[in-house]
Design a binder for this molecule. Structure first.
Ligand code: ADP
Length: 621
């Protein structure tokens, strides 16, 4: 709750809306106990008094009734009617939407066509027709306003429920034997509730206006009872001679609707789960850099990561996701980065191309050099030239990185066109060649496929083809085979291996699977809690791991045909990166650890190309 309020008040306008609305609500709640005059007592001798005259703080109306008292009672009535109609519309509309979206098919069709029919009428005319049929009165105005807003909720909520009803967690609930009512109440409703609250918060203001509109026309509250709309309606006759009587309810309607709308926008932003983790802003196109300390000097490697530090700043908490990583690759070389989930592999890879989302990500130290140019210090334009052209990226999930509405040929062409001017028919030829390069059979017809027409393995090949589109020097592959089955995985690895030999590509390959590393990588870097704990040639590390963590990771890999062996899982969990232990981060899980492991920084030592960050290594390197 405090987190929600903090996010809400970060948006200054929403804060102002909340304060104004809070004051109005306080006044309305206190109305029955305030020493107000009788709102119905007429005094024809004291008509149209101005403010602060004869004990009337806001003057009197055309019948000499006290305006302040009528205003506060009227505001109370208007707010009650507005809120009640918003709740009624939200409840009925959302129920219709949930039923239509969940059951789908004919039920959906019937309900939604009926909703469409209601939506076909201009809503104010429909409201007038409903009140005309039911007769004037505040309750009937409430029913009319609620009824015309039902389709709005029904349509919105149905759209969301349709996607939810096809999701795996709903299938799982069905498999568990739950009935429809239970699934709707426990699986669907909790997921749409925030959307209903958001829709309500942004529509209450408009419903108050609609109710006031009906009262203004004489169809809502009936004399002598006043709400804001009828006060305005009665004051209309004297608008020119005594404008003050119109200004009083007018200003109140303005304040209520403005504050509710501002507050509604703020609530929508603060409840949006995507905005909760970071600040209330979209990620920037490049990761923010706030480097402290000296910038390491250039080396002659093709791509070098030097003492890289990347952190996430979430409020007062600092997550040290990458804490001083050094890596380098040369042309034609494949470097594997391996470690458990959460060890900082992806953040390292994303930092190389400055794709870590900012906020909350910040690169706080080190350099990434591509052919000596420092990508961390580069401007957005310079970086754009390199990203996707000379340094390409293969993402883990090919379905979410390919645009679902474009043919893959067009997407490949676009990847080339961003960086190079190439004629249109040439682009198509290049796209077909790329598909052939990644061994897609029948490339000439496949080029016109949409992503959903291809299998997972095919889509990943297209992902690789996109990375190859501009003949890059370096490819960063972030677990590109995790979502694929083992045979397709083997094909993709063989393909990457061929490509690097044919084209002299340098590959940085991220994985949590030593089997994959053994197949593809020349060298490997083992990561733990944002740091490299061991690095060296793949075979040397596989044969004789020096760091206890690397040894235990390798011990988890099953080997076919090597007899029975117990696969020992590593006990415990990786440490939280916002609360790293002093000294070696693996010490709490290590059976060789002593008191000295928990004091001071443990350096990376050894004879190149091998190095290990351990005081008691399993092997001397
Ligand atoms: P890996 O790729 O090795 O599985 P990641 O590089 O994705 O791990 O994550 C490294 C660490 O950074 C994890 O401990 C994770 O909790 C943390 N992290 C990642 N993204 C964020 C974020 N937006 N805010 C806070 N911490 C994050």
């Amino acid at each position: 709750m405090t987190r929600f309020l903090k996010l809400l008040f970060r948006n200054r306008l929403a804060g102002i809306g909340a304060v104004v609305m809070g004051l109005i609500l306080a006044l309305v709640i206190l109305t029955p106990v305030l020493p107000l005059q009788d709102p119905y007592a007429t005094d024809l001798g004291a008509r149209f008094k101005g403010a602060l005259q004869d004990g009337h703080i806001l003057g009197t109306d055309h019948l000499g009734r006290d305006q302040l008292s009528r205003l506060l009672w009227g505001t109370q009535l208007s707010l009650l009617v507005g809120l009640a109609s918003a709740f009624a519309a939200a409840l009925i509309g959302s129920t219709i939407g949930v039923i239509a979206g969940y059951f789908g098919g004919r039920t959906d069709n019937l309900i939604m066509r009926a909703v469409d029919m209601v939506m076909a009428f201009p809503y104010i005319l429909l409201a007038l027709a409903i009140v005309a049929a039911l007769g004037p009165g505040l309750l009937n105005a409430l029913i009319a306003v609620a009824a015309v807003n039902v389709p709005f909720f029904a349509r919105n909520i149905r759209g969301i429920v349709v996607t939810l009803a096809g999701r795996e967690f709903v299938d799982a609930a069905r498999l568990a034997g739950m009935g429809h009512t239970r699934i709707i109440l426990t699986e669907i409703v909790p997921n749409v509730l925030p959307v209903i609250v958001i829709a309500m918060s942004t529509t209450i203001g408009w419903m108050i206006l609609e109710t006031a509109g009906l009262s203004f026309l004489g169809l809502g509250s009936q004399p002598p009872q006043a709400d804001l709309g009828s006060m305005l309606g009665e004051a209309r006759a004297a608008l020119i001679t005594h404008p003050f009587t119109s200004v009083v309810p007018g200003v109140m309607i303005f304040l209520i609707v403005m504050s509710i709308n501002l507050l509604g926008d703020g609530v929508r932003d603060a409840l949006d789960p995507r905005l909760k983790s970071g600040a209330l802003s979209r990620p920037l196109p490049v990761t923010t850099v706030g480097r402290e300390g000296p910038i390491p000097a250039a080396t002659d490697d093709l791509l070098a990561v030097q003492d890289l530090h990347t952190q996430f700043h979430a409020g007062s908490r600092i997550f040290r996701a990458v804490g001083g990583v050094d890596l380098a690759v040369r042309p034609g070389e494949c470097l594997g980065i391996i470690g458990e989930s959460g060890s900082g592999k992806s953040v390292t890879a994303l930092s190389i191309t400055r794709l870590v989302a900012s906020p909350p990500g910040v690169i706080t130290g080190g350099a990434v050099r591509f052919r000596e140019a420092d990508m961390i210090g580069a401007s957005y334009e310079e970086l754009r030239q390199i990203r996707g052209d000379k340094v390409a990226y293969i993402f883990q999930d090919p379905l979410s990185t390919l645009h679902p509405l474009y043919r893959i040929g067009d997407q490949l062409a676009e990847a080339i066109r961003v960086h190079h001017k190439v004629p249109k028919d040439e682009l198509r030829k290049r796209a077909i060649t790329l598909l052939k390069d990644v061994r897609i059979p029948n490339a000439e017809s496949r080029v016109d496929n949409y992503p959903h027409e291809m299998s997972g393995g095919m889509r990943q090949r297209v992902g690789i083809a996109m990375a190859l589109a501009n003949e890059p020097d370096v490819i960063i592959a972030d677990e590109p085979t995790t979502a694929l089955d083992v045979t397709v995985q083997a094909q993709i690895l063989a393909l990457l291996n061929d490509l690097r030999r044919e084209k002299g590509l340098a590959i940085v390959f991220i994985t949590h699977d030593f089997g994959v590393v053994a197949q593809l990588c020349d060298r490997v870097a083992v990561m733990y809690a944002g740091r490299i704990v061991e690095t060296g040639p793949t075979q040397a590390i596989l044969d004789a791991p020096a760091h206890p963590y690397a040894k235990r990771l390798i011990a988890c890999v099953p080997e076919l045909g090597h007899g029975r062996r117990e696969l020992a899982a590593i006990p415990g969990l990786p440490p939280a990166v916002d609360d790293l232990p002093p000294g070696c981060a693996f010490a709490p899980r290590c059976d060789k650890a002593s008191a000295s492991c928990c004091e001071g920084d443990v350096p990376l030592i050894g004879t190149p190309p091998r190095a290990v960050r351990c005081l008691y290594p399993e092997e001397n390197v």
